[in-house]
Design a protein around this ligand. Structure first.
Ligand SMILES: C[S@@+](CC[C@H](N)C(=O)[O-])C[C@H]1O[C@@H](n2cnc3c(N)ncnc32)[C@H](O)[C@@H]1O
Length: 236
């Protein structure tokens, strides 16, 4: 699947600065719905999650992280790291901080870190929608299967853009709303159900990335449920 370059969609005013995005409340409301992040999938049912989910996503995560080309000494943030499925893919020459809202998911990640003796990875409880990191602190930010779980995906992307250095890269992998109208319509019907299970199905990546200072490269395939977005932060 090759990457396709895409300009983030502009707001009606044609303004592209991050500050403008902060006032895009109508779009935020559109993507803010009930709370999939409260699903018991991310607390009570973690053993089931950890047994099944890796079978579908592990290889894609590894390949996509490798393609990022993380250089030695880089500082990497992963938002919504969950049980730490992606952790083995990060080079040990980088420093990785993972955050998640669920202490139960993080408990699994911490066990893996201890078991493997990884000195280059640490995790902490934090909300991806209000990160406690300084502006432009990270060289890379990754977010896997989180956009459709957080209560406000726009806030999360604004935070990712804020903490990323200019020229830094964000890697987002997620299930987004299909661009094929009839598939999108059918899947939209499942949204109320999947929200209870722990994720949404009706998010457009254009809405989530609109007005953000990113150069976007998008990889998708009609045969895959997941879209891979590599977003390089522009120098503005
Ligand atoms: C589908 S899981 C994905 C976990 C991991 N990235 C993976 O691919 O296996 C979604 C994760 O997002 C976390 N999450 C949801 N809302 C969040 C928020 N506002 N801030 C941080 N993490 C959040 C959940 O606790 C859960 O661990």
């Amino acid at each position: 699947m090759p990457f396709v370059a895409k300009e983030p969609r502009q707001g009606r005013s044609g303004r592209t600065r991050l500050e403008v995005s902060r006032s895009a409340s109508s779009r935020q409301q559109k993507t803010s719905v009930a709370n999939p992040e409260r699903s018991r999938l991310y607390s009570t049912f973690i053993p089931a999650y950890d047994a099944v989910w890796p079978l579908f996503v592990r290889r894609r995560l590894r390949r996509s992280i490798q393609e990022l080309g993380i250089c030695p000494g880089s500082l990497v943030l992963e938002v919504g790291i969950g049980t730490g499925l992606s952790m083995p893919a990060y080079p040990q020459s980088a420093q990785v901080i993972g955050i998640d809202l669920s202490s139960e998911m993080l408990c699994q990640a911490k066990q893996k870190i201890r078991r493997e003796g990884w000195q280059h990875i640490s995790v902490q409880e934090m909300n991806a929608e209000s990160l406690k990191f300084a502006d432009q602190a990270f060289d890379f930010v990754t977010a896997f299967h989180v956009v459709s779980v957080v209560s406000d995906p726009r806030s999360m992307m604004l935070e990712i853009a804020r903490v990323l250095k200019p020229g830094g890269k964000a890697l987002v992998i997620n299930h987004f709303r299909s661009e094929i109208p009839w598939v999108a319509k059918v899947v939209d019907r499942a949204d109320p159900l999947t929200r209870h299970l722990g994720w949404r199905t009706n998010i457009n990546h254009e809405d989530v990335f609109a007005d953000l200072p990113f150069e976007l490269r998008v990889k998708s395939s009609p045969l895959s449920l997941f879209t891979i977005l590599q977003a390089t932060k522009k120098y503005i």
